[in-house]
Design a protein around this ligand. Structure first.
Ligand SMILES: [Zn+2]
Length: 196
């Protein structure tokens, strides 16, 4: 996944049930009250906190419609595996970015008394996602550019040698081109090679 490291660490913690949700804090005997602070209806476990709380689930349904179509509530690892099985790596990145921002929103309310709207955090997650997609595409283009022929530095000649296999004649051929820094061909030659 092409994600910021802090989001990768978050994803790993989600998959290991390592987030300090109210349910996990109760299991560690840190507190007794486990009702979600937003809806005050259900126990706050990972999938409720990140996806199924009534205050946020519609945002998920808009972006991952299979969640709406599935009657059974899935745990977050199942959701991630379903997205992964559809084979689009960008979607799994979007999933974790949205979850990470939802967790940030939850912590802001719980620990900072700062209420962010779900729209705000989803917009933030999507703009981060777009930024990462653009960076990944630019990196790809950059790699492609490096694969093109580049002229040598001033005062240096570059010799490229390549060989080709002529299947119909069962022969190898070798060619070479010598060029300067202005891409001017100084010398070129080709030679039929051995029978293969
Ligand atoms: Zn809730």
């Amino acid at each position: 996944m092409n994600l910021p490291n802090r989001v990768k660490v978050f994803a790993w913690r989600v998959c290991k049930n390592g987030l300090l949700t109210l349910q996990n804090l109760r299991n560690r005997k840190v507190l007794e009250e486990t009702k979600c602070q937003w809806c005050n209806e259900e126990e706050e476990d990972i999938s409720h906190a990140l996806v199924y709380c009534p205050f946020i689930k519609d945002y998920w349904y808009n972006h991952f419609s299979f969640l709406k179509e599935t009657d059974v509530r899935m745990d977050f690892v199942q959701i991630a595996l379903t997205v992964l099985s559809r084979g689009n790596i960008r979607e799994i990145e979007k999933l974790f970015l949205m979850a990470w921002d939802m967790w940030y929103r939850r912590n802001q309310k719980l620990y900072e008394d700062n209420v962010l709207s779900p729209e705000q955090v989803v917009d933030h997650a999507l703009s981060l996602h777009q930024e990462h997609k653009t960076n990944a595409e630019e990196q790809k283009k950059g790699m492609k550019a490096c694969c093109c022929w580049l002229p040598p530095p001033t005062g240096v000649l570059k010799l490229n040698i390549d060989e080709a296999l002529f299947h119909d004649q069962y022969r190898l051929g070798v060619g070479m081109v010598l060029r300067d820094e202005h891409e001017k061909v100084i010398f070129s030659a080709s030679k039929p090679g051995h029978e293969v």
